[in-house]
Design a protein around this ligand. Structure first.
Ligand code: ADP
Ligand code: F6P
Length: 320
């Protein structure tokens, strides 16, 4: 019978993390399990920065971006001494299970803590949607919608000046935000690491389209490619069309979560507590074909995630 669990958010924040924390806290309390909120990710587990959560502690957060527990990156937790210290702190506080909301890095930490006997459950939370075992990560939908709105605004000015607008979106090494934003914004070109590209070919195609009357171009560049300023300069030189580059940056991580993020975060948070309640640990909860499932953490970390190349090629095919 599990009596006390902890919950923390770790790595980059993502809209919807609050909804996940709320679901974890309220589900646990409804089952008579005490919950401690651990502040600043694994840092709080080392320093003992923990707060007892009651029903009201998660009121008025479901619609807020960021994370009420704060988040951090914690180099000390990458060492086995750090993990042992964290386990000792959990033992001292009587915490028997831990819900970790974060990305791959945070799950590696959870696997280490699991190896010392702590019941850990990972919930995928990152705007990048780059966690291999799940179709969806908390924050992805909100971030894409934010990126879409911002690119729409850039398009207005790009159209007015007959320019090329090169826009870099987040995603760490992955192009999932880029390809979806590109489709949604009617981008002329999408440049991601997953699909080979050639700037000469992109420039030539732009000139062909210009000859047929097209006046402005939106190019979405994934963060993993980077160099968006250089790409803009190169395209300007190769085409003679004026170009500007914009890096959307951390604005993509903020804002009120979309309905999808709130709902998925709630489903995942609820399921995570159901696992811990049964004494199950060392699992990552995930969404597969719209069902909530769970995997062994190591197995989850070793999976490979596919990129939607079909979507990428559709975008290329219909960009005129
Ligand atoms: P994310 O969880 O979003 O991938 P990070 O990679 O920054 O973010 O990881 C968040 C935290 O998880 C790190 O600061 C560290 O405390 C912990 N962590 C990351 N990688 C490992 C690892 N290999 N072993 C143990 N802990 C790790
Ligand atoms: O993982 C989320 C993310 O926003 C990535 O898209 C980006 O590469 C990274 O975090 C930025 O991290 P930081 O907040 O440390 O600048």
């Amino acid at each position: 019978m599990i009596k006390k669990i902890g919950v923390l958010t770790s790595g980059g924040d993502a809209p919807g993390m609050n909804a996940a924390v709320r679901a974890v806290v309220r589900t646990a309390l409804s089952k008579g399990i005490e919950v401690y909120g651990i502040r600043r990710g694994y840092v709080g587990l080392l320093t003992g920065e923990v707060v007892k959560m009651d029903e009201r502690s998660v009121s008025d957060i479901i619609h807020r971006g960021g994370t009420c527990l704060c988040t951090a990156r914690c180099p000390e937790f990458r060492t086995m001494e750090g993990v042992q210290k964290a386990k000792a702190k959990c033992d001292e506080l009587g915490i028997e299970g831990l819900v970790v909301i974060g990305g791959d890095g945070s799950f590696r930490g959870a696997a280490d803590l699991s190896s010392l006997g702590m019941l850990c459950i990972g919930i995928p939370g990152t705007i990048d949607n780059d966690i291999t075992c799940t179709d969806y990560t908390i924050g992805f939908d909100t971030a894409m919608n934010t990126a879409m709105e911002l690119v729409d605004k850039l398009r207005d000015t790009s159209q007015s000046h007959d320019r090329i607008s090169v826009v870099e979106v987040m995603g760490r090494g992955a192009g999932h935000i880029a390809v979806n934003t590109g489709i949604a914004c009617g981008a002329t070109d999408i440049i991601t690491k997953e699909v080979p590209y050639d700037l000469d070919q992109i420039a030539n195609t732009m000139l062909e389209k210009k000859a047929k009357g097209k006046q402005n171009f939106v190019v979405i560049v994934a963060e993993g490619i980077g160099h968006s300023a250089e790409i803009a300069t190169a395209l300007q030189e190769k085409t003679g069309i004026e170009a500007r580059s914009t890096i959307l940056g951390h604005v993509q991580r903020g804002g009120s979560p979309t309905l999808r993020d709130r709902v998925e975060a709630t489903r995942l948070g609820h399921y995570a507590v159901e696992l811990i309640e049964q004494g199950i640990g060392n699992r990552v909860v995930a969404i597969k074909d719209n069902k909530i499932v769970d995997y062994d953490i190591q197995e989850a970390l070793s999976m490979t995630k596919s990129y939607d190349e079909k979507l990428h090629h559709i975008a290329e095919q219909i960009a005129y």
